[in-house]
Design a protein around this ligand. Sequence first.
Ligand SMILES: Cc1cc2nc3c(=O)[nH]c(=O)nc-3n(C[C@H](O)[C@H](O)[C@H](O)COP(=O)(O)OP(=O)(O)OC[C@H]3O[C@@H](n4cnc5c(N)ncnc54)[C@H](O)[C@@H]3O)c2cc1C
Length: 450
Amino acid sequence: MRDYELIVIGGGPAGITLAKRLGSRFKMAVIRPEDYSMIYCAFPYVIEGILDIEKTFKSDEHITESGAKLIRAKVLKVNEENQSVELDNGEILKYNKLVIATGANPILPALKGVELKGILTFKQQDDLERILNYLKKGIKKAVVVGAGAIGIELAYALNAVNVETYLVDMEKNILPNLADPEMVEEPCKLLLSSGINLILGESVQSVKGTHVAETVMLTSGKKIELKNTSSKPEHLDAILVFAVGVRPELEFLKATDIKIENGGIVVDEFMNTSVENIYACGDVVQFKSAINGSVVGGKLATNAVPMARILAENLKGKRIAYQGFYNGAATKIGSYYIGGTGFTEKVAKNQGYDVITGYGTATTMFPIMPGAKKIRVKLIVNAENNTVIGGQAVSGDPVAPIIDLITLAIQNKMTVEALSFLSYSAQPYQSFFPAGNVIVMAAEDAMMSI
Ligand SMILES: Cc1cc2nc3c(=O)[nH]c(=O)nc-3n(C[C@H](O)[C@H](O)[C@H](O)COP(=O)(O)OP(=O)(O)OC[C@H]3O[C@@H](n4cnc5c(N)ncnc54)[C@H](O)[C@@H]3O)c2cc1C
């Protein structure tokens, strides 16, 4: 039996962040089963042929260079009584403090037929390698279920390598958790013109087939024929990929008293679980909105890493509270960059907010400059106190910096009036004319409704 001051279960962005910050401070181990920690965000670009798979492997040095030990194994059980974890290689390790950073796994909905061959999810190295393998063998068709960022990026990539691609979502617009419908009209048109068969407002009801998936049945009665003619999975002509969200796998904690709700570990603002000396961070925890404390989705590396940073500081002896999640996120569809933060208008209204919105449209450089692209911004404002509670941006250039600026406004509880006085910079190649700024335009537009 080996003893550690600190054991972290999980080698994703949360586990790596903890190792980097605490490895030199504690006798520490990070446990993860896979050969490599991977850059999941880049998987679609491997499928599109822009990156080799090796580029998505993170070096183990991220974990070990600070002195933390990397143990390749899976934790089967946590025993809180004697402060130990049991590994799948039979070993038992003792800890003083334990962090659970085991992430979340893609959901395979419990539908009739989902056990058939040719049905996949999209997160692990295995998933990526399987799809690459099918591509090499010449699959002709793919159905992707879920038009969130991951589903769209995957569908776009498959379509780009000449696979006849269907993208299905139960919502009536793409990116339903990221942006409101009117903000994604143009990217949606681009998806259609790129040749993707977009089916919105429809769910998959079941999958038919003998050994392999043959027909995807939709709730309206429509069918998508996969035309898998061979019963051998190695000879598939078509695949069905579910990208409908993720859920933590928490079976290994069942012998503990760790509180779990809505599919995630409940933590306080210091990342403590309900059991002493056990902490959790990353996708495995239940997320609470920083705006109003409601339980929200948003399993993102940009949420996992800040949580781990806060936990690292607290384990060093500080007492820093995590504010909660703003869910700033971005994606790319062909030539469009799309981002969102805070609540969409739809979510804000569902949460009972009286909402004001404002729009701004400008260009990413002086409009006279070659290469200037359109940018459109939407702000969502709580009409009760005029604070900004959400924002979205769509442009032909990256929007992450704009989204981060809106997040900063939300974080600091800025009113839309204060935001309309944002002091900004301007230069022909880098912004709209000094006469205007797209966030300020959106803020001024929202103020017309106050
Ligand atoms: C295709 C794709 C694209 C994405 N794009 C983006 C993006 O653009 N931006 C963004 O912010 N986020 C993106 N994400 C989400 C992001 O990858 C996750 O939010 C992030 O990886 C969560 O980090 P984590 O450390 O909490 O968990 P994970 O990265 O899931 O890591 C969990 C680790 O725990 C290990 N583990 C699990 N169970 C056990 C066990 N019992 N014993 C030992 N180890 C265990 C796992 O093997 C893994 O090493 C994307 C995800 C996918 C799949």
